[in-house]
Design a protein around this ligand. Structure first.
Ligand code: ACO
Length: 324
């Protein structure tokens, strides 16, 4: 399956507050050395003043400026988050208001850290279905509000941030071979519970743990396999056309290294910025795209594989021919 659309603008926004590993050493029993060796993470940005919605709007405005589109050009907004400020309305609706967009379709997609890949496949399909020319995809996460800051094995892994892309229909296919998978019966490996119903007649306790819970080693094994399967699937789908570069979900540098080892790609064909931002869930890939574009690492015409994995458990990939 191929979709006739291309990415024409990228934007990103991360919180001002940088927290490096040494700052974590001051509040928990950990070390910079342990974190860097196990994950490659050196620092992350954490929300202090900002909200998830504000980061999303800022990233969206940047992407629209980059694409030179006005709010009223946008026919559909897809939000992507597991940590929205609101259960409802959707992040997409909040962004619609924030950017001053008139009538448009607005909806969210949630697929854990694979969210951006699912959402990119969704927005291009919806643009075809609705006959819309321009779409805005925004991924934003405020994971630090769902961390257990006493669980040193998880809270050191995550950060906050947002990224956005503008998608336009095009003659040539630039967003290709979406590959989306979810493994059944794996919901206990990585999850964040919502608050339970504590209405006056409910037996539930109000103080449920609503922080992120993860079986780290199980996720590691799954992630390495998911990356390998996704990359190999995309390569097969591309046939004789080679994949030039890979922008992976930024969870852990060791996972990316394993993916390089299990495929024929060199490590330097993978874009890596997990050292600076840690894991911002669905926002890692668009933040990486923004940086990779601005630095010149991504070049017009590159065939880029986006690959990810996350809660669900979900995983997958999609190929983007870089058009800007
Ligand atoms: N600092 C110091 N020591 C720590 C820390 C820490 N922050 N966290 C755990 N330890 C200790 C443990 O207590 C344990 O000590 P013990 O041997 O005395 O019991 C020791 O380090 C080893 O613990 P392990 O859990 O075996 O460490 P491991 O090598 O597996 O690394 C990690 C843990 C980094 C979480 C690894 O399993 C991993 O990267 N998993 C993938 C996690 C991930 O990427 N999740 C997100 C992906 S999906 C998504 O993006 C939502």
């Amino acid at each position: 399956m191929s979709i006739s659309a291309k990415i024409v603008g990228v934007g990103a926004c991360v919180p001002q507050k940088m927290v490096d590993n040494h700052m974590l050493e001051a509040i928990m029993d950990t070390s910079d050395e342990w974190i860097v060796k196990r994950t490659g993470i050196r620092e992350r940005r954490l929300v202090t003043e900002e909200t998830n919605t504000e980061m999303a709007i800022s990233a969206a405005k940047q992407a629209m400026d980059h694409a030179d589109v006005s709010p009223d050009d946008i026919g559909i907004i897809v939000g992507c988050t597991i940590t929205s400020d609101f259960a409802t309305p959707s992040l997409a609706s909040l962004v619609q208001k924030g950017i001053g967009c008139g009538m448009a379709a607005a909806m969210d997609v949630a697929a854990g850290c694979t969210g951006f890949i699912y959402a990119l496949a969704t927005i291009t399909s919806m643009m075809d279905t609705l006959g819309v020319d321009t779409g805005l995809l925004v991924a934003a996460e405020n994971l630090s509000c769902r961390m257990n800051w006493e669980d040193r094995a998880t809270c050191i892994l995550f950060g906050d941030g947002a990224g956005a892309v503008v998608v336009k229909r095009s003659e040539e296919n630039h967003i290709k071979h979406p590959f989306l998978r979810a493994i059944p019966d794996t919901d206990d490996v990585l999850f964040i519970k919502n608050k339970r119903n504590d209405n006056p007649w409910s037996a539930a306790q109000a103080n449920d743990d609503i922080s992120l819970t993860m079986k780290g080693q199980d996720v590691f094994v799954f992630a390495v396999d998911a990356m390998e399967k996704s990359i190999k699937h995309l390569e097969a789908a591309m046939g004789d056309t080679k994949i030039d570069k890979i922008v992976p979900h930024q969870a852990n540098n060791r996972i990316i290294q394993f993916a390089a080892n299990s495929t024929h790609f060199d490590k330097d064909q993978f874009y890596v910025n997990v050292d600076k931002y840690a894991n911002t869930s669905s926002a890692t890939i668009p933040i990486a795209l923004k940086e990779a574009h601005d630095s010149g690492w991504l070049k017009k015409g590159d065939e880029v594989a986006l690959v990810g994995f996350g809660a669900g458990l979900t995983y997958g990939g999609i190929v983007v021919k870089w058009a800007i």
